[in-house]
Design a protein around this ligand. Structure first.
Ligand code: PBG
Length: 412
């Protein structure tokens, strides 16, 4: 299945230029407005008159007939009679048909824009995540491969991995995070063996491995220790690169971690491994379902001494400057939909690619409202993703990646 392009949230995805030829028949079925000009089916008859003869007939005033213009559609009875407004501009003209709307659409969505976050666990089978209907903790050996294979079938070739680590392997210093035979490391090696061209992003942070549930090492008074945490993050990132990760993504929000990780990767010869920095990551209530999925809720306190204050906008520029200076390849804003202004800010302030994370809570809101019959699920998903891209995101981490890509391909 060729990846499709979303031209309009209300248009079937079959209007992708790439799919133009193959999609014609399904278009004709599903479009209310006929927008692809099929040549009229004219019986091939042998011409009887030459061009000169036809022209002479027209010149002599005997023009052949063609259909009259359609009759003017009637307005409902009771419509007021008014004089025409003399408007220099009528923006609705450019929206009057599907073909025109498609032609003038500024933002288009493709499956190549999506990164699919996947939860893995040690189990043999998948287990559903209560707070994220439709998402499972995937068995790393089977379920993971099946999910990735399905995603690739619809053009989604980038994934980011999150492990559900057994409690017995968690510790206050989270050393399991750089175990070369840990769950993430094994999963990367298996995926690379099966799908060598898959782009694998990893999460760099201590929380899935930390008995305290925080992204950094906690001192006994609850303070998150910055520089000591960065030391562990460097070991984690290098171990992930060694397993075959393409892009490491520090989501921990410690100061100085991008530069330290860049230096650690380079020192080990991983100059080709990229860093996607969680640049503007806010202390958000919308991470709730994710923490449920990984059983990684902080044991005490919250993450407000390292994640950003949702009330702050300009502060994102400080994080942008430091991450750029320290060598980030991609800058991320997280969450996405409540922070579109911040996405636009980073877009306009940095020449680096911008990513946005449509987080677990954003996913679960749409799922729950749709299941309750309050939203049209397909339209809500595609509109939310389109708007995140319009705000300035090049790529979007979204649990809807597979579902949205299938919609774009005209399935479902
Ligand atoms: C942890 C991490 C979190 C998410 C991604 N990495 C949770 C947190 O910061 O508490 C959240 C993703 C989501 O909610 O979908 N470093």
């Amino acid at each position: 299945m060729a990846p499709a392009v979303l031209h309009s949230i209300s248009a079937p995805a079959c209007f992708s230029p790439k799919q133009f030829v193959t999609a014609r028949s399904s278009c004709a079925r599903s479009c209310r407005v006929t927008c692809i000009a099929e040549p009229p089916t004219v019986k091939a008859s042998t011409p009887t008159r030459s061009v000169e003869e036809c022209e002479a007939a027209v010149v002599a005033g005997n023009a052949p007939s063609a259909p009259p213009p359609p009759p003017k559609p009637r307005a409902p009875q009771g419509t007021p009679t008014v004089s025409t407004l003399h408007l220099p501009s009528r923006p609705r003209r450019n929206r009057k048909s599907l073909a025109l709307r498609n032609a003038f659409q500024e933002t288009v969505l493709t499956p190549a824009n999506f990164i699919l976050p996947l939860f893995v666990h040690e189990g043999e089978t998948n287990s559903p995540i209560r707070a994220m209907p439709g998402c499972d903790r995937l068995g790393w050996r089977h379920g993971l491969l099946e999910e990735v294979s399905k995603a690739r079938d619809v053009g989604v070739n980038s994934v980011v991995l999150f492990p559900k680590v057994p409690d017995a392997l968690k510790s206050a210093t989270a050393d399991e995070c750089y175990n070369e035979n840990g769950l993430v490391h094994r999963s990367i090696r298996l995926l690379k063996d099966k799908f060598p061209d898959l782009v694998i992003y990893t999460d760099v942070a201590l929380d899935p491995y930390n008995s305290d549930g925080h992204d950094g090492i906690c001192r006994e008074d609850g303070v998150i220790m910055n520089d000591e945490t960065v030391h562990q993050l460097c070991k984690q990132a290098v171990s992930q690169a060694r397993a075959g990760a393409d892009v490491v993504s520090p989501s921990d929000m410690m100061d100085g971690r991008i530069g330290a990780i860049r230096a650690a990767l380079d020192a080990e010869g991983f100059t080709d491994v990229s860093i996607m920095a969680y640049t503007a990551k806010y202390a958000s209530a919308f991470y709730g379902p994710f923490r449920d999925a990984l059983d990684s809720n902080p044991r005490f306190g919250d993450k407000r001494t390292y994640q950003m204050n949702p009330g702050n906008y300009r502060e994102a520029l400080i994080e942008t400057r430091t991450d750029e200076r320290e060598g980030a390849d991609i800058l991320m804003v997280k969450p996405a939909l409540p922070y579109l202004d911040v996405i636009r800010l980073l877009r306009d302030s940095s020449p680096l690619p911008i990513s946005a994370y449509q987080v677990s809570g954003e996913y679960s809101m749409i799922k729950a409202a749709s299941a309750a019959g309050m939203l049209d699920e397909k339209k809500a998903i595609l509109e939310s993703l389109l708007c995140i891209k319009r705000a300035g995101a090049d790529v979007i981490l979204t649990y809807f990646a597979l579902q949205a890509a299938r919609y774009l391909a005209g399935e479902a």
